[in-house]
Design a protein around this ligand. Structure first.
Ligand code: FE2
Length: 447
């Protein structure tokens, strides 16, 4: 046995996970074989002697979850905030202008270094599957080549999907379609689009048609930045859903952002919910960028800027949360931390009902995994599956989000990738001797 995790509380997604063996105290043991896969999941037995060899992790009732999944990030733009100039207005449009200037100075080494740094941050925080968008409206495709190199370099510990993302358009940008096709030929995993940014409605529709055609030709998925605008007339998500429904890409297409949906009227929203649930497409909301970039043209009342998260979940649509930007022209902050994404996302989307908070956790784990197309053989704590998981120092998903805990252990394919020892705070409270406290942990009640 290579590793055993004893006494863990398994996080299970209500919709996808099968029931796991648990002891009466709700705890389980997970045994990892020499092949880096989960050999057995057992009800916890505290009488049983731990094996003499291999790594022993005593979980003490902590939450063991499949790794966090990042469904939407931009690693090519990450860590460029302020370079060559800060985004002084903080708007989407000035961000695109800043990026256009920065893009002219990109080198392969520059992109490799920044992308790798953010992936290291994410891995340390338990994110082992990442889908990054990569701007391919650049005749040199420098960023794409760099990210392909990064994908190979991190292959042993995490999976990276690269979306060929035409930031400045497919139809409206010179040779946009040729660049999209060239990106796929070089090895991009997913085909992107940005229909609301194209010059006309017709160009936007045509760009989605091109993206789906390229994806079908190459057996790839589609993930479009779609309707990332407050304009209630921006209705490309219906085009994307209809293409998914009618093509061979049902369930393999994602609409990211879709913030215009936050401005659609009730009658149209009702029609759309039905179409989206039939189409099987995924939605990815990006709460940091959406909250900060949308509503910029509003006086008060000012719109929230998010897609219809709660309504689409209720309609049976798979919705996930992404981090989107990490210290780039659109968000000067950002850490890549999925629990931060979940916290901000659940507040922004008002997922604050008792049953909705675990849903927010699923939106950065299992629901995000579905966006990437990870199946049961690649994701989840199941016998025979990869021994990749995260032990969080909290008894539940709600507590992990509320306390914004850092993973105690991150295990990738049977090997400890990151370890964060507990870091207590020494509090010198008046009238008491200085003592270590784990602040904001569950209140045990009055003595
Ligand atoms: Fe994005």
């Amino acid at each position: 046995m290579r590793m055993i995790v004893r006494g863990a509380r398994l996080w299970t997604d209500q919709e996808t996970d099968r029931k796991q063996p648990v002891a009466r105290d709700g705890l389980s043991d997970v045994e990892v074989g020499e092949d880096g896969r989960i050999a057995r999941v057992l009800a916890h037995d505290d009488q049983k002697e731990p094996p003499a060899t291999g790594v022993l992790i005593e979980a003490h009732g902590s939450l063991l979850t499949a790794p966090f999944v990042e469904p939407h990030i931009h690693l090519d733009t990450a860590l460029t905030a302020g370079d060559p100039r800060p985004n002084t207005s903080g708007t989407l449009w000035e961000g695109i202008a800043c990026w256009s200037e920065r893009k002219a100075t990109l080198t392969r080494e520059d992109v490799v270094a920044r992308a790798t740094e953010v992936l290291r941050w994410q891995a340390a925080q338990g994110v082992l599957h990442v889908r990054t968008h990569c701007d391919i409206t650049d005749p040199s495709l420098t960023a794409l080549d760099a990210l392909l190199e990064v994908r190979d370099r991190v292959r042993d510990v995490m999976t990276l999907q690269i979306v060929a993302f035409p930031q400045e358009g497919v139809v409206s940008y010179p040779d946009g379609e040729a660049l999209l096709r060239a990106a796929v030929a070089r090895g991009a995993d997913v085909v992107g689009a940005i229909p609301h940014f194209e010059d006309t409605r017709e160009d936007g529709v045509a760009s989605l048609g091109i993206a789906f055609a390229v994806a079908e030709e190459h057996g790839l998925r589609v993930d479009a930045h779609c309707d990332e605008i407050d304009d209630e007339q921006s209705r490309f998500v219906e085009v994307l859903a209809a293409l998914a429904l009618r093509s061979g890409l049902r369930g393999r297409a994602t609409a990211s952002h879709t913030t215009a949906m936050g401005s659609y009227n009730g009658a149209y929203s009702f029609k759309l919910q039905r179409l989206l649930s039939r189409s099987g497409i995924n939605l990815v909301a990006n709460p940091f960028a959406n909250l900060t970039l949308q509503g910029r043209f509003d006086a008060y009342p000012k719109r929230r800027g998010l897609t219809q998260v709660k309504e689409m979940l209720a309609a049976g649509v798979n919705v996930a949360f992404g981090h989107d930007d990490v210290m780039d022209p659109w968000n000067a902050l950002g850490t890549g931390n999925p629990l931060q994404t979940a916290l901000v996302g659940l507040y922004a989307a008002q997922l604050t009902g008792a049953a909705e908070i675990p849903t927010a956790f699923s939106m950065v784990t299992h629901r995000a995994a579905r966006v990437l197309g990870l199946d049961g053989t690649e994701y989840g704590i199941t016998e025979g599956g990869p021994a990749s998981f995260v032990l969080l120092p909290a008894p539940s998903a709600e507590e992990a989000i509320r306390r914004q805990v850092r993973p105690r252990y991150v295990v990738s394919r049977g090997t400890v990738l990151a370890e964060t020892p507990p870091a207590p705070t020494r509090l010198s409270w008046p009238g008491e001797a200085p003592a270590d406290i784990d602040f904001a942990s569950t209140y045990a009640g009055a003595p």
